[in-house]
Design a protein around this ligand. Structure first.
Ligand SMILES: Nc1ccn([C@@H]2O[C@H](COP(=O)(O)OP(=O)(O)OP(=O)(O)O)[C@@H](O)[C@H]2O)c(=O)n1
Ligand SMILES: C[C@](O)(CO)[C@H](O)COP(=O)(O)O
Length: 232
């Protein structure tokens, strides 16, 4: 059996920080929902064999009709419902992976500006090292703060801001999710770190933003215009 690479796109969050009455994944950028932009990149990426989309409670039909069918994303093999926390949603995505899966690319639905190059690089790296997470060097000075008082200034040279995609050999990912982990984790690689592994970093992109708060939408409008000009 030839081994395959699947994406898990998590889009089951509540979008509380966006503070809109529709799920932020369905807010349109250039007439198309954010989640559709994200799925389009995976659809076009030739090294992705299939995609699992993880959506909010009772949003399966909406996602199927308004996104998957409307834009004919033929790589979507399954739409599943997510859970309370992001790791619950990823876990549901893992359970839906086909048996022939070898490499899993986990990506936030709310990061529509990922490029096919970053996805490919993450897969190539995970094939060698077992894991690959996109990240960018921090641009600001970062301080450790307690009760509004600086404890110390961290050495910026070794600080990276982590993004998705986060890509893993499926066996490693399953081992991580099947082992007890802290419920405070905010990304997938922290779960793998808990097994004693040191996930491999790949260079992400400052454009690969997570659309989280209303001002991110303004940045996204600019990035989508830039993409339209062929400067992606
Ligand atoms: N229980 C959850 C929480 C998050 N996500 C997904 O994980 C990604 C990163 O989360 P974030 O952008 O922070 O989204 P929300 O959790 O929706 O935001 P908020 O914390 O403001 O509610 C998003 O694509 C989101 O839909 C998910 O699938 N299931
Ligand atoms: C996974 C992630 O995108 C890495 O930056 C991020 O941690 C998810 O964000 P959340 O708001 O903590 O769910």
């Amino acid at each position: 059996m030839s081994r395959k690479t699947y994406g898990i796109i998590v889009a089951a969050g509540k979008g509380k920080r966006m503070d809109t009455n529709i799920n932020k994944q369905y807010i349109e950028l250039k007439g198309k929902p954010i989640l559709a932009h994200t799925l389009e990149v995976f659809e076009k990426c030739e090294v992705i064999d299939g995609v699992i989309v993880v959506v909010g409670e009772s949003e399966e039909e909406l996602c199927r009709v308004e996104i998957v069918d409307k834009y004919t994303y033929s790589k979507v093999v399954e739409i599943v419902v997510g859970g309370q926390e992001r790791f619950d949603s990823v876990s549901n995505g893992i359970k839906a992976l086909p048996k022939d899966c070898d490499i899993v690319v986990i990506h936030d639905g709310a990061r529509p500006f990922v490029s096919t190059d970053i996805i490919k690089k993450s897969i190539e790296t995970a094939e060698v090292y077992g894991s690959a997470i996109a990240a960018v060097p921090v641009k600001d000075t970062i301080k450790l703060v307690n009760n509004m008082q600086v404890e110390k200034t961290l050495d910026r040279k070794s600080l990276w801001a982590v993004q998705t995609p986060q890509t893993f050999k499926v066996k490693l990912l399953e081992e991580g999710f099947n082992t007890e982990f802290s419920k405070e984790v905010t990304d997938d690689s922290t779960i793998i770190e808990g097994l004693g592994y040191h996930p491999r970093i790949i260079e992400g992109s400052y454009s690969n933003i997570k659309i989280t708060t209303p001002e991110d939408l303004l940045i996204a409008e600019m990035l989508i215009m830039k993409r339209g000009e062929g400067n992606d």
